[in-house]
Write a protein that binds this ligand. Sequence first.
Ligand code: RNT
Ligand code: ZN
Length: 414
Amino acid sequence: MSEYKNAVDAFAAWDVDTEAALARLKSIPISMHCWQGDDVVGFEKKSGSSGGGIQATGNHPGRARTPDELRADLEFSYSMIPGNHRLNLHAMYLDSDETPDRDAIEYKHFETWVEWAKTQNIGLDFNPTFFAHAKADDNLTLSHPDQSIRDFWIEHGKRSRDIAAQIGREMGSACVNNIWVPDGYKDTPVDRLAARKRLEASLDAMTEPSHDKAHLLDAVESKLFGIGVEACTVGSHEFYLGYAIRKQMLLCLDMGHFHPTENIADKLSAVSLSLDRILLHVSRPMRWDSDHVILLNDDILAVAQELVSADMLERTSIGLDFFDATISRTAAWVIGTRNMQKALLRALLQPLKQLKKAEAGLDFTSRLMITEEMKDLPYGAVWSEFCNRMDVPNGLQLIRDLDAYQASVTERGM
Ligand code: RNT
Ligand code: ZN
């Protein structure tokens, strides 16, 4: 407690209210992605890899093989993360004895997730799955030249929206349904426009049925390139930025979906002028869209800082998107989600008024002095206090708990 008291004083000297920051942090839900728990395999009772230019690498023991195992891992992980959060489900994670193809999924196949989420007091988000399927093997789905393939995926997308809307209604909290398709070309296409027109028409057909925004929020996710689609991604940033603005959808910005030196932090305020809501896929690309577990690094801090500075927290859904199969999958979830929260906490603990004043007055020296001196403040003590109040472990105890849980799942087969 005394460490925290000292921290309160240290921040107060900069005119920063730690209690206000903690209260705000507590209210920010992070949508944790289900696919970190099983290396993006899903429960469709078929073998195969994720495909679509994404890949989980590694074979650390303990991969969740069933919905029950995944839920157990999630329950443990949420118990290590302060606050109430959300789960981001992919359509391939249905929980049913039935084996519907993607164009035949229904709400009932996901009902156990809803019942479970209610007992856990967590929210739910959803995604159609346009990869890891025979009809997506050539990395073309909604933009496929073959109408019957497009129709199959349009039906999948429609059903996913219906399911997401019903989830949102059941949960009493709008379900974000994020549309990402892998569509693209390995080598330089000659008719990019035709492919983009097909994608546009398919999206139009898929999202034509209207749903109450209180239950369903449609999002579209752009990408620069993926493995096997190096030359052209049909759903590029420009494509979806325009589409989301025209259709008043959420734009999903994934941190791994841009040129390696680009940070989405700079894009947030820019797109905020034309969009009501934004979805983030917080990730850590390493040389490519490698989806490493997020660190508390400059990239994440910059994103959090922009969300706070541009007052975008209320209209941003924060989702995570990483999958590392070389380490404990539960530890990956916990570390990554806590890092997102730590970044938000640091952003909330900035002396924003002073910084903005210095900048508006072209006093860039003061701006730099403040940001750099602030780096010495006791953020760790404020975070520890938050963990204590929210009754989750921290530091060495966290490591012991993560290790113990991992040891308990090590015996699971691959
Ligand atoms: C792929 C996208 C997409 C997926 C998930 C599994 O590059 O980032 O969001 O990672 O839908
Ligand atoms: Zn993503």
